[in-house]
Design a protein around this ligand. Structure first.
Ligand code: PRX
Length: 574
């Protein structure tokens, strides 16, 4: 198999504290990382305590935990202030609901400091928090709250209409973060209550295996599934943030991911805060100029983003980069989709920095296969298994395959941040495992040096702009459109977004296949599900390829689209 040995990018002196790394990584066991936490001596577990209060009660008291900036706000919060604000949030939640340990609390709002207070406050109260990306529309919000029987949600006045409270009998309270919110039996004015609340709060102590975060994510079949993480994930998040993100005391760290996705919680909140680092949070939409300006203004040193973002920056041209001082950047990382070698090359050219690819999933809860500062990078490879993680390529029966064979990318189960259940769906959870192996759904191969090379998804899951979309969810929504009788959805390769969503639809009698109808269908999905789930391309077909049992054959659609052989068609109807 063609590895790109000749293009290896060596370790750069000064990039990484190799001696430190080798000391901790040698014979490393996850238990070694436990000692740092307060619970190791007190026996009292709570991830928000370890991320916030532990530092607020130390020499880091007046160190900035969060810088926040968007078009209207520019704020900074020290660890001490974070402790007070998260205590206030916990008090507001507790005083205005029956929320208690283990209850599900959703957070559905764009990035703002309040999102972080609420999320960490909810954790201090012992609830399991479910962050929702702000683009979700009513149907998507309903599915997630209904499945998890959420007791409360925190949202904004702009998003309130998308919370179908009347259809969610278990939903007791809606906390609204806005100005002069009109309170009712159900609605609580979050900001007003925050002002009145005490900044003292008795953190609710938990067990290491109690739930912390519930992230809904998509597979190729069925509704989105609730991936539950536990408190103990903190062990891996602390240690990998140190090794992989290379966080040090003086760093200014910027993770561009929204907390609605796992990167935005595991490495947008926990990884940095468990290490007592300083993070930048940038609100608002992506704009090239704003991003470069933020790096310059805050002196960002460690930057964690995604291939689509890098490709968009690339597309904006290199001339722009010269207008900003980006010289503080020390360590740059990427996640979520294949990182093309061209992008790595661009990073070297324009930032004079290596871009370190990292591979993991919502289900893994933390870094699994990565390029870290102390290793040579092979552009196009995701890197090697991090210490404490055993990764392999296995066949469909769980046999480990030799180097350079393509197969299922699998991980030996039992790492700290691994999901502990799929909410309400034991069967689905079990389906991930073959014996001791967690099977990721990605195909890959490993070379002789232990570097993993991503080849594709085994299933039909779509990764568009780094966001994971299940074709089934989009197809179900399409079928609700009055004109559509059949729908099949695939990921179509795209030079900027990795993949875009393409829908093939067949129409009911009497509907004309027009451009207006395409636009109407696109808007229908956008409004009913989410903007990022709306098909960018729609193609009308008289009929879609189906199995005899009526299942749409996405693989045939994909083959048509890509001009590839369609393979075995023996199960296809007529
Ligand atoms: O297909 C892989 C892709 O993203 C999937 C996981 O998506 P999600 O759960 O949303 O988590 C994304 C961020 C942690 C994987 O099964 N993926 C993730 N990282 C990479 C990747 N594909 C290629 N290269 C990566 N570095």
């Amino acid at each position: 198999m063609a590895t790109m040995e000749k293009n290896i990018i060596p370790v750069r002196e000064g990039d990484f504290n190799l001696a430190d790394y080798e000391k901790t990584a040698k014979d490393f066991k996850w238990e070694d990382a436990e000692r740092e936490f307060d619970w190791y001596t007190t026996g009292k577990v709570n991830i928000a305590h370890e991320a916030v209060d532990r530092h607020a009660d130390s020499y880091r008291k007046n160190k900035v935990a969060l810088y926040y900036r968007d078009a209207n706000r520019s704020e900074a919060y020290t660890y001490d202030q974070m402790k007070r604000m998260t205590n206030k949030a916990a008090n507001v939640l507790k005083a205005n609901s029956t929320l208690e340990k283990g209850d599900r609390l959703f957070i559905f709002m764009p990035r703002s400091p309040e999102l972080y207070f609420a999320l960490l406050g909810g954790l201090k109260l012992g609830t399991i928090v479910g962050p929702l990306f702000e683009a979700f529309m009513e149907g998507a919000v309903y599915d997630r709250l209904d499945d998890s029987e959420a007791k409360a949600i925190i949202t904004t006045p702009e998003l309130l209409d998308r919370v179908p409270a009347d259809r969610l009998p278990k939903l007791e309270k809606i906390f609204v973060v806005g100005e002069n919110v009109e309170e009712t039996d159900k609605i609580v004015d979050f900001n007003k209550r925050m002002k009145e609340a005490s900044h003292h709060f008795e953190t609710v102590w938990l067990d290491k295996e109690d739930g912390s975060v519930l992230h809904y994510t998509s597979g190729s079949t069925g509704r989105p599934k609730g991936v539950m993480h536990v408190q103990y994930a903190m062990v891996q998040q602390l240690q990998t943030a140190r090794w992989v993100l290379d966080l040090k005391e003086e760093d200014i760290y910027w993770c561009t991911a929204d907390p609605g996705w796992v990167t935005g919680t595991a490495y947008g909140i926990f990884g940095p805060m468990l290490n007592g680092a300083t993070s930048l949070i940038l609100g608002g939409r992506f704009r090239t100029e704003d991003w470069y300006q933020a790096i310059e203004d805050y002196g960002v040193t460690v930057w964690y983003s995604a291939p689509t973002a890098f490709r968009m920056l690339m597309g904006a041209g290199n001339a722009l980069i010269n207008e900003y001082d980006l010289s503080t950047l020390r360590h740059v990382l990427s996640v979520g989709e294949p990182l093309n070698p061209e992008v790595v090359k661009w990073g070297l050219e324009v930032f004079d920095r290596r871009i370190h690819d990292t591979w993991w999933m919502t289900e893994t809860g933390g870094h699994m296969i990565c390029n870290y500062g102390s290793m040579p990078i092979k552009p196009g490879s995701m890197g090697k298994a991090v210490p404490g993680i055993e990764a392999a390529i296995v066949d469909d029966r769980g046999n480990v395959l030799p180097p350079n064979s393509m197969g299922n990318l699998a991980l030996r189960k039992g790492w700290p941040a691994m999901m502990r259940k799929i909410w309400n769906n034991l069967e689905k959870y079990d389906s991930y495992f073959i014996g001791d192996w967690y099977v990721s759904g990605d195909s890959a191969y490993m070379d002789e040096d232990g570097y993993f090379w991503f080849q594709g998804r085994v299933d039909d899951v779509i990764m568009t702009s780094g966001e994971r979309v299940g074709p089934f969810e989009v197809e179900s929504k399409l079928l609700e459109h009055p004109a559509i009788v059949e729908a099949g959805v695939i990921g179509k390769p795209d030079p900027v977004r990795g993949e875009i969503i393409k829908a093939f639809v067949a129409l009911h009698e009497g509907y004309e296949p027009t451009d207006e109808l395409k636009e109407d269908i696109r808007q229908f999905v956008k409004k009913g599900l989410a903007a990022h789930a709306a098909p960018r391309e729609i193609e009308f077909k008289d009929k879609l390829p189906k199995t005899r049992s009526g299942k749409i054959m996405r693989r045939v659609l994909k083959a048509w689209e890509l001009d590839l052989p369609t393979g075995d068609l023996s199960t296809m109807e007529d």
